[in-house]
Design a protein around this ligand. Structure first.
Ligand code: MTE
Ligand code: HPA
Ligand code: MOS
Length: 750
């Protein structure tokens, strides 16, 4: 089944926020933001800006009728800065004008005086100064101090991974339209319609029911619109509320890159202990998360880092601690993997370091420590249907990995200035929001009297094809063809109190809610059919818009059945509510069963490094992935490929730079490079692992959005091994991304 939207995307017909037909009299807004990363606002002079013809109003914190507060987990983030500014790009005011061009002209006329305060940009630097956005968290299993004493080998080192710009094609934006009696309708490019609704209500000081948030689709989110789509929607709404005019606020790319948070950079230190059989006996890590200037989702992201700090390995003694370090950068936020990738990069680095010391290929250590059935994760969940070894073995068999490794070694002996490298990267990713109360969803299903069906859920379409999945679930459950089903926009008036579209769990949660609703509707319709056919409900089944009795097609069509149900005054609407069973987590003990299930896989990456230039090609990534029983294999394979390349970008070429003053240097597509077709692997092989799937996955088709991003981590180590083949003096260092500049330096490191 193809993505329902592809055809319309290709023709440019799909609608995004900026394509919504604006009403007459619509005003355009632009954010005035801080030009300093830290300081006290002494004076702002708006007079010249207000004098620009076409400028309607400049709104600041003083114009907020409710609370000047949009912090999601911790209330530490004002919508508009008042006395102090904490990062460059922090919003201070909103310029509302008759056009965006005029607003821009006005922005250049605002005069601001800021008394500068010391700027902190590094996580460890913030840690040393005791600057945090939240309290630290720690997971422990066994007793590491005792275990290290008994190890044959103990290694310590530090690891750095940088941030990552989301670079959704559609920048942040919203369009707020006043309705009668002070109500507001917001069109928003958000992963979290309820977050937008809730924060708008809070800032305007009005109840949530006065605000309707509507989301048609996103031109990508990747986590960047889970919480950080909110401020722009709130600002547009504030202006619409105050001025009683429709207001549109779409960030241009520069503003978006400067004002929004990114993936969290992490500085980490590890200690790993092994015995002589390569068994990892103990592992200790301190993660210093660069949270930025406010909490945003950082505490939840830090938590997921701990959940994935041992990746797909069983380690009997673990001690992991994470600090949310407060810096003067834009608040960092959710990004595909949600802290998991940063955690996994550290354990994989530790294994690489150990392998270097032991002078064995790293995969020998990886292989020895894969998590097995009934092993415990550090957070107490017991591994069930563990597929680490199965996916590992399948990749070795299917891709003839030993002979490929031999060929690489032969190549490296024969070539002096060009070297090949390889790495294996297993993954294990937990599915569910780590915050148990968020794991629920609803679906509202209408069967119209002509037999067509409309489905509303809390799922937001952002390119991952969740709408196509909802379409398939509905059609299959009702026994009708997909042309009968329409997936409606995501709207807070139709489906309320939704969790954001995130954690890769959207299709599971919302799909199960659709199943609950459609099952109830189907049962009612079967009762009508049974009465028409003078039989009992068990004998009825529906497929392809036809009604069957005892597996024999009857003359009754779906349309006729629905029409009859209508005459009999049967309810043709149902609301399904689903909450993931079995999951729980005790934050005081840091133990529980937080995940519905885990997704596994193994990737084998090969690269070629030009040892004169430091440039590299990614020759191939061949991977075995646990889709469960994929319900849409083409779509899911696309998710794997996209996530893989995004992970490779994070590990190799995407380099975010802030200067000492907290100014973003990589602030445009000329200075921030994401993989294009030439940087992507020359070939990608995605082989589905044969499994039975999981009951808690929608139709046993496992969540796929985030886990494969972490296959990209293998690229870092493949490059490293090619460097090692060229320069035996090279001591492995862990400072992602491995840009060609860094590779060149390391090739000639003495
Ligand atoms: N795929 C596309 N094309 N665009 C996106 O923005 N976001 C990713 C992933 N795949 C994203 C994507 C992220 S961060 C998540 S959490 C999941 O999709 C969310 O959707 P799902 O829960 O339906 O998998
Ligand atoms: N994943 C993604 N987004 C989230 C989570 C999570 O576990 N928790 C809160 N937001
Ligand atoms: Mo995805 S980072 O959970 O939006």
């Amino acid at each position: 089944m193809k993505n329902k939207d592809s055809y319309h995307h290709l023709r440019g017909e799909s609608l995004f926020v900026d394509d919504v037909n604006v009403q007459q009299g619509t005003l355009h807004a632009l954010v005035f933001d801080s030009s300093k990363a830290h300081g006290t606002i002494k004076h702002i002079d708006y007079s010249a800006a207000l004098a620009v013809p076409g400028v309607i109003r400049i709104l600041t914190a003083e114009n907020i009728p409710g609370k000047n507060q949009i912090g999601g987990i911790i209330p530490d983030e004002p919508l508009f800065a008042t006395n102090q500014v904490h990062f460059m790009g922090q919003p201070i005011a909103l310029i509302v004008a008759t056009s965006e061009r005029i607003a821009k002209k006005a922005r250049a006329c605002i005069k601001i005086t800021i008394d500068e305060l010391p700027v902190v940009t590094g996580a460890k630097e913030a840690f040393d100064k005791n600057l945090f956005v939240a309290a630290p968290r720690a997971f422990t299993l066994g007793d590491t101090s005792k275990a290290f004493d008994a190890c044959d080998m103990v290694i310590e080192d530090s690891v750095f991974s940088n941030g990552q710009e989301h670079l959704y094609l559609e920048t942040q934006g919203a369009y707020a339209v006043p309705q009668e009696q002070g109500n507001i309708k917001i069109y928003s490019s958000t992963q979290g319609p309820t977050a937008v609704q809730k924060m708008t209500a809070q800032v305007l000081g009005i109840p949530m029911h006065k605000i309707e948030v509507d989301v048609n689709r996103l031109g990508g989110g990747f986590g960047g619109k889970e919480d950080q789509a909110t401020p722009w929607a709130v600002m547009a709404s504030l202006a619409a509320f105050v001025l009683k005019k429709p207001v549109k606020l779409i960030l241009n790319r520069h503003d978006d890159m400067r004002m929004t948070g990114k993936r969290h950079p992490y500085e980490s230190t590890f200690k790993i202990g092994l015995d002589k059989d390569y068994k990892i006996k103990a592992f200790e890590v301190y993660f210093y998360q660069n949270s930025g200037a406010a909490a945003d989702l950082s505490p939840a992201i830090a938590e997921r880092t701990l959940f994935h700090a041992t990746n797909s390995y069983f380690i009997p003694n673990v001690s992991t601690t994470v600090y949310n370090c407060k810096t003067n950068l834009p608040p960092n936020t959710a990004f595909r993997g949600f802290g998991g990738p940063q955690g996994m990069f550290v354990i994989e680095s530790a294994i690489q370091k150990a392998a270097e010391q032991l002078q064995v290929p790293a995969y020998k250590i990886q292989e020895q420590n894969l998590i097995q059935e009934n092993d415990s994760f550090s957070y107490g969940q017991i591994a069930k249907q563990a597929l680490a070894t199965k996916s590992w073995k399948t990749s070795f068999d299917s891709f003839a990995i030993p002979s490929k490794i031999a060929a690489i070694n032969t190549f490296n002996k024969a070539n002096k200035t060009i070297k090949k490298g390889y790495a294996l990267m297993p993954i294990c990713f937990g599915i569910s929001f780590t915050n148990t109360p968020m794991n629920h969803a609803r679906a509202l299903v209408h069967i119209y009297q002509d037999g067509s069906v409309g489905v509303s859920t809390g799922a937001v379409e952002m390119g991952q094809s969740v709408n196509t999945k909802m379409l398939k679930v509905t059609a299959l459950e009702l026994g009708i063809t997909i042309d009968k089903v329409k997936i409606e926009t995501t709207n807070t008036t139709r489906v309320a109190n939704t969790s954001p579209t995130a954690a890769s769990a959207t299709a599971d949660l919302n799909g199960k809610a659709v199943q609950i609703a459609t099952k109830a509707l189907l049962n009612r319709l079967k009762t009508v059919a049974a009465s028409l056919l003078n039989t009992s409900e068990e004998n009825i089944f529906i497929e392809g818009n036809c009604i069957y009795q005892n597996n024999v097609k009857t003359a009754i069509t779906w349309e006729q059945l629905v029409a009859e149900a209508m005459l009999r005054r049967v309810a043709l609407t149902e609301n399904g509510h689903y909450a993931t069973p079995e999951i729980h987590f005790d934050k005081r003990k840091e133990k529980g069963h937080p995940f519905a299930y885990h997704v596994y896989g193994t990737a084998f990456t090969t690269v070629t490094v030009d040892c004169i230039r430091g440039t590299y090609d990614i020759d191939d990534v061949s991977l075995v992935h646990d889709f469960g029983k994929s319900m849409t294999l083409g779509i899911d394979t696309g998710q794997v490929e996209g996530a893989l390349v995004q992970g490779i970008g994070w590990m190799t070429m995407e380099e975010i730079g802030f200067d000492k003053n907290g100014r973003l240097q990589s602030n445009a597509l000329s200075t921030y490079k994401v993989p294009d077709i030439f940087a992507a692997p020359k070939t990608i092989h995605v082989q589905p692992l044969e499994t039975t799937g999981h009951e808690l996955a929608i139709m046993k088709s496992k969540a796929v959005g985030e886990p494969p991003l972490m296959y990209g981590i293998g690229t870092y180590f493949a490059i490293q091994n090619a460097i090692k083949a060229f320069n035996p003096n090279y001591k492995k260092v862990f400072h992602a991304p491995y840009t060609p500049e860094k590779v060149l330096v390391d090739l000639y490191d003495k």
